[in-house]
Design a protein around this ligand. Structure first.
Ligand SMILES: Cc1cc2nc3c(=O)[nH]c(=O)nc-3n(C[C@H](O)[C@H](O)[C@H](O)COP(=O)(O)OP(=O)(O)OC[C@H]3O[C@@H](n4cnc5c(N)ncnc54)[C@H](O)[C@@H]3O)c2cc1C
Ligand code: SF4
Length: 499
């Protein structure tokens, strides 16, 4: 056990670069070199509790107290082995996970929790830095073949597990580059794509084969897949977007976030000099309150928008846990993301003062009523009103107009694509929530076809996608060989204690 120094060492979060500096580039917001010198002391705050709630709050079952102890002693190789035993991609979760483990840390009952996510990122980065993350190809091949459809975190985790187990695994991705939402959703200022490429190179060196620009159901039929492979894992994501059916929705200048963000990411990949949907010089309104909305905000600021306002229909959460969200659940609290920090650091233009949102540019309890035309078919303004929290109905007399030349809809996703050709060809069905129907063991009604990630769970998190990929791989391995040594951290029906 580490010498628990939480009484003498305060929690110290990872430092970010100054907002004014980082909005001028697209590099990671974190100050890279500032983490290593403090992380041993932070890991040493762990009490190594008898029952580590953090461990069960992590969908991957990460062995948190074990690696905290090892990091406090700078035993990086051992820490990396413990971390990679449960998590294929800790450099992604260490940067992007909302860290339900920290909400469940026993210290969080009456003090500041251990910075678990930062310890995870430090181990992952050190593992690469020290050359520990070498490819691990299988010792022998099983003679079985698996197709994985989709290359987001669920598909990549499933592929890595299955390849390492000796099954010849091929990933088909319809986009031109691999990575799913890690590539074209999440901006590079939160995940530099070199980290994704490095991991994909590792998978490739282990023997996973990749084909991009191949849409299963169109370029490769379900029947062909069933004939060519012993098993299929569908990790096609939950890409059906929620819309905003209010008057004026059809005007030019109103886009879905997932039309806007991929183009901005493509500029970083070198596909365009300037995004075809660019916020530069425009008044931007983002409708929605989650990660996607925050990514639109950070992107619009980097594109030099004249002004950005974000509307969230939910009320402003409390600063600390509400009574109905007791420890160890992951509570809904007010969080200042890196993008909101950047918005706060930016002076609000004078001419915008009338419609000004608070200093982080977020209006809570705000519902969009309609969009205004500029007379030429383009959006000019958005009308919104305060909503009653319970009924979500606009409150009379609270209507306000916000100048809007670019509107981004970040309202979440309603499930997987309805009635796709691939679904029909494989004889698959949707469940009541609009996801691909499957049993507890990730198997669908069609023999040999499994579903992993957002496609089966609905819009979720990277940590759940990796856990799903690992668990689905174990189910596939058992289906192919009759038993499995692969770990299955979750069942398809498990639900998070995340609100
Ligand atoms: C903007 C944004 C920001 C986010 N930020 C965070 C965050 O900070 N932290 C977090 O934990 N989660 C975040 N999420 C959620 C997270 O990205 C997803 O939960 C996760 O990527 C789901 O992984 P997946 O592998 O199931 O699906 P995806 O990542 O969606 O990958 C599915 C892949 O399947 C491919 N595909 C679909 N159909 C076919 C077909 N027929 N043939 C071939 N390929 C196909 C798609 O092109 C895609 O590449 C964010 C989501 C968005 C949109
Ligand atoms: S993956 Fe997420 S929940 Fe698990 S240990 Fe890392 S930060 Fe915590």
């Amino acid at each position: 056990m580490a010498d628990p120094n939480f009484l003498s060492t305060p929690r110290r979060p990872r430092e970010r670069r100054a907002p004014q500096e980082r909005v001028r580039d697209w590099n990671e917001v974190n100050a890279e070199r500032r983490l290593l010198p403090i992380i041993g002391g932070q890991a040493g705050r762990c009490m190594d509790c008898g029952i580590p709630f953090c461990h069960s709050a992590c969908p991957l079952g990460n062995l948190i107290p074990d690696w905290n102890f090892l990091v406090s002693r700078e035993e990086w190789a051992n820490a990396s082995a413990h971390l990679h035993a449960t998590n294929n991609f800790p450099e992604f979760t260490g940067r992007l996970c909302p860290a339900p483990c920290e909400s469940a840390c026993v210290l969080a009952i009456n003090a500041d929790p251990v910075t678990i996510k930062n310890v995870e990122a430090a181990i992952a980065d050190q593992a690469w830095q020290l050359g520990l993350e070498t490819p691990r190809p299988p010792a022998r091949l099983s003679g079985r073949t698996v197709a994985v459809i989709g290359s987001g975190p669920a598909g990549l985790a499933a592929a890595q597990q299955l390849t390492r187990e000796g099954h010849a695994t091929t990933v088909y991705e319809r986009a031109d580059r691999l990575g799913g939402l890690l590539r074209y959703g999440i901006p590079s200022f939160r995940l530099e794509k070199r980290l994704l490429d490095r991991r994909i190179d590792q998978l490739r060196a282990e023997g996973t084969r990749f084909h991009t620009g191949v849409e299963a159901g169109r370029d490769l039929s379900g029947e062909e897949l069933l004939a060519r492979f012993d098993a299929i894992v569908l990790a096609v994501g939950a890409t059906a977007r929620r819309d905003l059916p209010v008057p004026g929705r059809e005007l030019d200048g109103i886009h879905q976030a997932m039309e806007y963000l991929p183009l901005a990411n493509r500029v970083q990949e070198g596909d365009f000099a300037r995004s075809p949907i660019c916020a530069e010089g425009r008044h931007v309104v983002i409708v929605g309150g989650g990660d996607t909305a925050a990514d639109c905000l950070g992107t619009a600021l980097r594109q030099n928008a004249a002004c950005v306002t974000q509307l969230d229909i939910n009320p402003r959460p409390d600063d600390s846990r509400a009574d109905d969200q007791p420890w160890p659940v992951h509570p809904k609290v007010y969080r200042l993301t890196a993008s909101h920090e950047e918005a706060r650091a930016r002076p609000v233009p004078d001419h915008d003062a009338a419609s000004a949102a608070p200093d982080d540019r977020r209006l809570f309890s705000a519902a969009t009523l309609r969009f205004e035309d500029d007379g030429r078919g383009r959006v000019r303004a958005l009308h919104c009103a305060e909503v009653e929290p319970a009924q979500r109905r606009p409150r009379a007399g609270t209507d306000r107009e916000i100048r809007a030349e670019l509107v981004l809809l970040a309202l979440g996703f309603t499930g997987t694509e309805r009635g796709s050709t691939l679904m029909r060809q494989l004889g698959l069905e949707l469940d009541a929530a609009g996801n691909l129907a499957r049993g507890r063991d990730f198997a669908t009604g069609t023999t040999g076809v499994f579903v992993a990630g957002d496609a089966g769970r609905g819009q979720s998190l990277i940590v759940w996608a990796i856990a799903e990929g690992r668990a689905a791989a174990a189910a596939v391995d058992r289906y192919l060989t009759g038993s499995t040594a692969l770990s299955a951290p979750i069942a398809a029906t498990d639900r998070p204690l995340v609100l």
